[in-house]
Write a protein that binds this ligand. Structure first.
Ligand code: 5GP
Length: 124
């Protein structure tokens, strides 16, 4: 029996709708359904790898393509000059929820610090 399709494979196959902003034969990019910044786009290889390390080991050129694609989308979205953040979450402590590698492109406003416990909570 084949493994269940990932959520992002279902978006690639148009089984689940998404606001797609970029697509090639190898990569798709769409707006995050729960944006954490004014601009929050997920850049996803169509091939399924669990995380960035698995992708880097299997296909470094495809990893580089994700980064180049994120840069091109940042320019299209008008945030290349103001700056942006690229994030790969990996496993539990990083809060990875979808195990089909994806590069978060975040920007469009000052993003502040990250990586502290209680993210998004007001600090005492
Ligand atoms: P992770 O936490 O795995 O790094 O990121 C998964 C991201 O996928 C989250 O930011 C989440 O909001 C986004 N996401 C989850 N389900 C959907 C969906 O059905 N559509 C879209 N566009 N984004 C989703």
């Amino acid at each position: 029996m084949s493994e269940a399709k990932t959520l992002f494979t279902r978006i690639i196959e148009r089984d689940i709708p998404a606001e797609i902003v970029h697509e090639t034969a190898t990569v798709i990019a769409f707006k995050d359904i729960n944006p954490q910044a004014n601009t929050h786009i997920l850049v996803v290889p169509k091939a399924v790898y669990r995380n960035a390390l698995e992708l880097a080991e299997a296909d470094p050129a495809l990893l580089a393509e994700l980064v180049r694609t994120a840069g091109a989308i940042a320019a299209e979205q008008g945030i290349a000059e103001s700056g942006y953040r690229l994030v790969f979450n990996t496993d539990a402590d990083a809060g990875q929820t979808v195990f089909h590698v994806h590069l978060h492109l975040l920007g469009g406003e000052p993003l502040g610090l990250f990586g502290h416990p209680g993210k998004g909570e007001p600090q005492e």
